[in-house]
Each structure stands twice: as C-alpha cells, then as structure tokens.
Design a protein. Structure first.
Length: 271
C-alpha cells in the first residue's frame, strides 16, 4: 500500500491543482498506469525481500513461501496451493488490479481523449503540443457551447491564432493555460480570438470544478458519519463549509466569532 499510494500521490496532487497543465496531466496518468502494471509483474520479489528483511530484523518467523497454504478458517482442509501463490494471486495482484481498474474507470477512453484534446492548448515550448484537429474535436465535445457556425469559424480562427502566438514574443515563455489566458486578456487578444479563448476557459474550469466536487463529496463522508446520520441539511451544509474551507476559516479569529455570536441576540452571559 505504501508503494501504491506513493505512485498515485503525484497524480492526485497534480489533478487537484488549481492551475494544471493538461499535457502534464495526460503524461502523469499514463506513467501512473504503466508504473502500477510494471509493479504488478515485477514487484512481488522485491516486496518479499523487504518483508523478509523486516522479519529477520525483529526476529519474526518468516513464512515458507513454497509450503502449502493453510486457510485459517478451515485448517484441516487442503488448499492445494502454496503460500507464494496465495500471497501473489489472492493478495498482491488483487490489490493492484483494483487500483488499475479504478484508474481505468476514472480515466477511460473518453476522459483520456478529452485531456489529450485540452493539452493541445498548452503554450509550453512555444506551443509545441498545438493540434488543430484535437481542438476541433474538443469543441465538438461541448455542443452546448459551440454551435455549427462557430465550429466552422473556429477552423479559420485557429490558423490565425497559432501563427500570431508563435510570432509574438510575449507568448514565448508561458508555462501553463493560466498564464496564457492572463496574457491574452492583457494583450486584448481574447477579443480577436473569442472562440479560442472560450476553449481555454473551458479547459481551465473543468479540472478545478471536477476536483472541487470530488473534495466536497469526500468531505461529506467525513462530516455525516453513522453517528451523525440524522443531522439536518442546514447544519450539514454549515459543517461541510467549515470542513472544506479550512484554510479560509483559519484566517478568522476566535474573538471575531465570539463577537458575532454575541451580537446575534441578547444573552445572559457575556462571552
């Protein structure tokens, strides 16, 4: 579990960032998936060496991996498999398969295609990832934001856009979509290329909105536990806000809270 959490931590932190380069995100998803699959095929022996070394250091009995596995629930019943087979197939591979399957379900073909198309907007390395085909496909994935005529105009607008971006030195050293959007507004090019700027805004909003929703649902599980399963909606909403916006609420002093609470109505005691 330490290895799995370590491999996936970089991807998790990157996807929760407020200004994430989509090209980098696509690469991280691919690298994480390949790392888990490679560890599934080659990682058990190294894990076994670490466990054996730990057991020998603290004088813990080491299980003979070639001996027959004994089911603790049915000790008299023969299993017909070795300890190695049990720990590799029933434990090691099962955990990794669950993680790989979860990664595949969250980043399926549609999601990966979306991220790939969004990465074509990246200004890194002088817009080296730019692809007109991918950006047209990205616009087609948002039918409510781009009608038929706008999609037709986008083809010509992208041609002028990429030529202008590569020739303008002000856009040469940008690192992400956030910097690109700020520079376009600063240079007022967002007025000249409104459809491209709309794609950039959609690409910036989607990851943040998705991560925010995921964090909110995870917070709800921590707030509304089995012991608090009968709390009302208003109280749960207030509790979730306090839990989710912890960084913001840390700036509010206890004295300010007490004063506000005191001024809400007349009280017998002075806080």
């Amino acid at each position: 579990m330490k290895y799995i959490l370590g491999v996936t931590n970089t991807l998790c932190q990157a996807l929760q960032g407020k200004d994430q380069d989509m090209l980098n995100a696509v690469k991280l998803v691919k690298l994480t998936d390949e790392g888990l699959k490679r560890y599934r095929l080659e990682g058990f022996d190294s894990l076994l060496e670490d466990v054996t070394s730990f057991c020998e250091k603290y004088e813990i009995e080491v299980v003979d991996m070639e001996a027959e596995y004994v089911d603790p629930r049915f000790k008299r019943k023969k299993t017909g498999i070795t300890n190695r087979h049990h720990y590799v197939v029933n434990n090691f591979n099962t955990v990794l398969d669950m993680q790989i399957q979860e990664l595949g379900s969250r980043f399926n073909e549609v999601t990966t295609k979306l991220l790939t198309n969004m990465s074509s907007l990246s200004p890194s390395c002088n817009f080296s990832a730019f692809s007109k085909v991918n950006l047209i496909n990205l616009a087609e994935m948002y039918p409510c934001d781009f009608d038929f005529d706008e999609k037709d105009k986008l083809v010509y607008e992208l041609g002028h856009y990429i030529t202008n971006m590569k020739e303008d030195k002000r856009f040469a050293n940008l690192s992400g979509l956030g910097d690109l959007a700020k520079m376009m507004v600063k240079t007022r090019l967002h007025i000249d290329y409104p459809l491209v700027y709309r794609l950039i805004k959609l690409s910036l909003v989607l990851p943040v909105a998705t991560a925010s929703v995921e964090r909110c649902f995870s917070s709800m599980k921590n707030v509304k536990t089995d012991l608090r399963n009968r709390m009302g909606d208003e109280y749960m909403n207030d509790s979730c806000i306090c839990y989710i916006e912890r960084e913001f609420l840390q700036q509010v002093s206890v004295e300010e809270v007490m004063q506000r609470f005191q001024k809400m109505k007349t009280r017998m005691e002075q806080l």
